[in-house]
Write a protein that binds this ligand. Structure first.
Ligand SMILES: Cc1cc2nc3c(=O)[nH]c(=O)nc-3n(C[C@H](O)[C@H](O)[C@H](O)COP(=O)(O)OP(=O)(O)OC[C@H]3O[C@@H](n4cnc5c(N)ncnc54)[C@H](O)[C@@H]3O)c2cc1C
Length: 406
């Protein structure tokens, strides 16, 4: 590559063409950046949205979930099928199979990779659900409605189990912890959600470790063997940052790029955003690693603003938000409940719609809403402003949350 070509290639380079990478490119243009924007993505597909993969796309109700973004019109150079394998900070260059790519400013948006069960790679019938290719492989499997075992009762496991029941599969969900959503919610809040499995006709086995998977069956550590025409492993994901080891970009013990409050990494001119990056939250007094869609939408706006300002102009300290659609319920969560001292129920957890509010020293810090989107929307605003609630009124589902302030 000539020096002239290299120079014209410089500008903002974004690694990862998922939600966070695409939104960074779009936000740069929306905020008036006129320089060169290059978006490098390992996958060959037109950039797409992941939430529909465990919902409409999986069930064949939507063909794909490509983002409605006019890359050409926005002057964003999209290089698909381009995996970045190295970063040489001293040269301001990335390595790809197609050769080096220079950058002036770099944004890391490589997302996360799903964890696999050791020893199950290559076993026929074992699937993950992270990419469009995964969903495309699973669609015909579901259509054939085999007995299906889902490993992991987290958000993805629950959504996949919902889709598989919808497709008429016999479904068994195996969870190593003693309850569903063990990493996300306290036991008393997860308990009513565990009952949704049986109501949907799915068997839930908790406290069960998978000892191995053979073609056609899943072997549990207690000696049971579960027949399985298909197995879906949904046991979590880790930041896709292995390629950054030794590059000078600081990584945390969880593998995340440890960004600062302005989403800058330990290398000058290099930012990180989305599922691959953690950031310090002054709001919650903790470093957060958020693996949800809204974080991959909001973070890029901060990154773009800071790139344009050429200095740390905007701090990133959102109230995290996510939703999940499972067993016919719309579940939403906003905030962060670690450190909360009070938990309030709004409504009957065995009913179709209820919420939970977490308070810390009287202030609302998190809300979980099942079929109560108004609680979520109002709660989110109250969390943002640090509003103190009157527990008696906040615990009455007939009182709008916004009217329950102390
Ligand atoms: C099936 C599924 C359902 C979901 N449903 C919900 C939901 O209902 N609600 C919710 O809030 N969140 C949901 N999420 C989470 C949400 O989709 C993620 O938080 C979001 O996609 C994160 O975006 P990202 O751009 O950071 O990462 P990703 O979407 O993972 O995108 C990263 C991209 O970078 C590419 N890449 C990685 N390494 C390299 C490299 N070295 N070089 C080049 N490219 C690279 C990857 O191939 C990938 O395309 C769901 C996720 C999945 C998988």
């Amino acid at each position: 590559m000539s020096e002239q070509t290299e120079q014209t290639l410089s500008g903002v380079v974004i690694v990862g063409a998922g939600m966070a990478g695409v939104q960074t490119a779009v936000a740069l243009r929306e905020q008036g950046f006129t320089g060169r924007v290059t978006l490098l993505g390992a996958e060959p597909h037109q950039p797409y949205d992941r939430p529909p993969l465990s919902k409409a796309v999986l069930l064949g109700k939507a063909e794909d979930s490509a983002f409605d973004v006019d890359f050409e019109g926005l002057g964003i150079e999209l290089r698909l099928g381009t995996e970045v394998t190295g970063l040489r900070a001293a040269d301001h260059e990335l390595d790809t199979e197609a050769g080096p790519v220079p950058y002036e400013v770099l944004v890391l948006a490589t997302g996360a990779r799903p964890l696999t069960l050791p020893g199950t790679g290559g076993v026929p019938g074992v699937h993950l659900l992270r990419t469009l290719d995964d969903a495309a492989r699973l669609r015909p499997v579901l259509a054939a409605a085999p007995a299906t075992v889902v490993v992991g009762a987290g958000w993805i496991g629950a959504e996949f189990a919902t889709a598989a029941r919808g497709a008429g599969c016999e479904v068994t969900v195996v969870e190593a912890a003693d309850r569903v959503l063990a990493g996300a919610l306290p036991a008393e809040v997860a308990a009513p959600m565990a009952r949704w499995y049986a109501q949907a006709g799915a068997e839930l086995i908790t406290g069960a470790r998978v000892a191995g998977i053979e073609e056609g069956r899943v072997l549990l550590a207690d000696g049971r063997a579960l027949p399985a025409g298909a197995v879906v492993v949904g046991i979590g994901a880790r930041p896709a940052t292995g390629w950054l080891a030794g590059t000078g970009v600081e990584l945390g013990p969880d593998g995340s790029v440890t960004a600062d409050a302005h989403l800058r990494t330990s290398l000058p001119g290099v930012y990180a955003v989305g599922d691959c990056a953690s950031f310090p939250s002054a709001r919650y007094g903790a470093r957060l690693l958020v693996h949800h869609w809204d974080n991959a939408l909001q973070g890029p706006r901060t990154v773009a603003a800071n790139i344009l300002a050429g200095q740390p102009a905007q701090a990133y300290d959102p109230v995290p938000y996510f939703w999940s659609e499972q067993f016919g319920r719309f579940v939403q969560y906003a905030g962060h409940h670690d450190g909360a001292d009070t938990l309030l129920w709004r409504g009957d957890p065995d009913g179709p719609a209820w919420s939970v509010c977490w308070l810390r020293e009287g202030a609302l810090v998190a809300v979980l809403a099942v079929g109560r989107p108004r609680d979520l929307a109002q709660g989110r605003k109250l969390i943002e402003t640090g509003a103190v609630l009157d527990p008696a009124r906040a615990g009455d589902p007939a009182v709008p949350l916004k009217s329950a302030t102390a």
